[in-house]
Ligand binder design. Sequence first.
Ligand code: PLP
Length: 370
Amino acid sequence: MNIHFDETALRDTQVVIDTEAIRFNFRNIKEMCGDNTAVMPVIKANAYGHGAGEIARVLHEEGAVYLAVATLTEALELRALSDDYEIFILGHTPDRLLEKVIDNRITQTVFSYKQAELLSALACGKGVKARVHLKVDTGFHRLGTDDAGELKKILQLPGIEAEGIFSHLALASYEDDMEQFRRFMNMVDELERDGFRFKYKHIADSIACVDYPEFRLDMVRPGALVFGLKGFHKGHIEIKQAISMITKISQLHRIPEGEGVSYDYCWKAPRDSVIATLPFGYADGYPRNMRDKGYVTIRGIKCPLVGVLCMDQCMADVTHVPGVSEDDIAVIYGDGTDNTMNIQEASELAGTNKNEIIARIMARPVRVYY
Ligand SMILES: *Cc1c(COP(=O)(O)O)cnc(C)c1O
């Protein structure tokens, strides 16, 4: 893999983002969905660790109609960067903060009459309309309502502009997803029979928008897919992982057989060894349970992490790396080529999913865009 280390950055541990890969993925998603389906990229959790500000700029340039986030704080961060963004909050915003939603022209998810009434009153007081998407609970039981009567009451509020209606899939099985889709479309039909119209009806996340073309409707909400992470099995789309994470060796230790390394001496050298200290740890978002499983790649060779991972540093066994020297680059997460660990493999080793591996990468590592 190509390594892009930024010598001017303030830290050796760097999250490197290939913005061309993000553009490539987004264009392929748009092409796959066609002209009748809007693509709303989901850039919650600091754009899945990629850095929300820069990713928002790139996706806005690529013509994203909306940028979706999970929380008000994420929405306000984006609003501070540009007045031009259309921002969508997928989650719940507490009543006491709803005025900020209106003042910052943010589109809010709404699923109860109580909340909608409050939004409507606030909006009317300001002489504007609160733009919302109604959330329907079709079986996930996270956010949403299945009460058509309540939705109809919301739709009649004077300060509410219901631009969209949506739901979210549990992805339990094809049959269960079909059942959720059927319930969603029944709800939409019932509201449309009463004369209500929605510009955007949407239910598909990354997996559904690839696997179930019939679920794409007017809009899709891909997150992982934009960042080049595959989770689907049936459909096909070409995407590229955009993120990698690299660092440099801070120090080398030559230790005799039997010496312990790191807290509690949990690992002892089985032979005379060369140990590399690396300046990243669990406070950077690297899973602490990677001990005994994780590795970095130095000079194209896999080097196992040894001993417990510390908060800011960890150690790797580099005894078998010819010519290893301080300042050598170590690939933490790569694209899977040249013996590097990709996000898929990291998720398997850490016993989690790909989204958690990248979303947990903290603010601390420097982010480098190219
Ligand atoms: C996070 C989220 C998405 C995107 O999920 P991916 O699996 O990353 O595509 C879509 N919709 C909602 C409601 C979400 O919370």
